[in-house]
Design a protein around this ligand. Sequence first.
Ligand SMILES: Nc1ncnc2c1ncn2[C@@H]1O[C@H](COP(=O)(O)OP(=O)(O)OP(=O)(O)O)[C@@H](O)[C@H]1O
Length: 374
Amino acid sequence: MGYLSCRGHSAVSTSDSGNTQKKKKKTRGCGGEARSLRHFGYEELESATLGFSHKALLGKGSHGCVYKGVLDNGKLPVAVKVSTPSGIQEEYSGTGGSNGNGNTCSTPGENEIEILSRLRSPRFVNLLGFSALDEEKRVLIVVEYMANGTLFDQLHARPRPPGWARRIRFALHTAKAIAALHASEPPVIHRDIKSSNVLVDERWNARLGDFGLALRGNVEDVRLKSTPPAGTLGYLDPGYVSPENLSTKSDVFSYGILLLEIISGRNAIDVNYSPPSLVDWALPLIKRDEFDLIFDPRIGPPKDPWVGRQLAVLAARCVGSGVEERPSMGAVVHHLKVVRKRVPVPIWDEMANRVRNRKVSSVQYGVDCCERND
Ligand SMILES: Nc1ncnc2c1ncn2[C@@H]1O[C@H](COP(=O)(O)OP(=O)(O)OP(=O)(O)O)[C@@H](O)[C@H]1O
């Protein structure tokens, strides 16, 4: 999916030798405690991904390839993101190498490192470390491996689509992730909320990833005011047409599209439908109270009609044209928690979750998480 423009952050320095020596970089988690990022050598990641082989390829995005790797003597599965040099060139060409603030425009990979090295949450695909630039000037980013792929895959590419309990769980986890970003100091605006940027871990928790376009700062900051709009068509807030229009409510809009996608099982843009835009198709139906027509026909409406109505109306509020009327992500989380209580969780899911979540160790999340798993 295409990005519209360049991101504008000064990047952390990654220009270092490519040896295998591990270095530590101190960063801070949401709780303010210092933590360490690993600095990997190129060769270490090359061998962890079987030489960046096709077998290890997890997927391709507009900025490069993502490989599965195994580190620490087979104990730590990771995802290694490799930006293509051409992707870097394209990014630079948009603004002539400057973000308008006198800083050199960073690549999405460098921006992701900059943002994620300051934040950590069980709701994010967290950064584990990065490598120096290789001879092709690519930075390699190492993030947590997500065993169940993307939310896009879960919704659109699986023979058995998720049921309502799982969909609401995904919606709630994603909302919590965005709410945590918006509540951080200074706030972070993700700018690329979409189902392919939400990943699903082995415990079926949804995690927000791909912070390549994210901007950190208050909306009045010069840097934010001079960064051109960016995002993915189909999810992009139509009111975000110039840098001054950026606010956390642009993420709320994109989240509303994602929620419609979760409810309907339809892509954000699908030319097989008329109108192709999910929001143009769903909003009139919601306004006419024709809720049953928007629920994913593969699973039918939720058993409790109140639940379906709440989800549809919440999504409609998020994509409202009046920015002020859109709810905050905190309010969305609150609302979804109430809705979730009315949705029975299949007994086997419930038992499996309890067993898995008991295994979430305090070592993994104890010192620097924004919130506990649920
Ligand atoms: N942490 C991860 N764990 C497991 N698989 C991942 C992880 N990150 C990415 N992937 C896989 O790699 C694919 C490509 O990811 P990437 O973030 O580069 O692109 P995208 O978000 O799908 O598309 P675009 O960058 O064009 O928006 C994803 O669709 C997913 O299947």
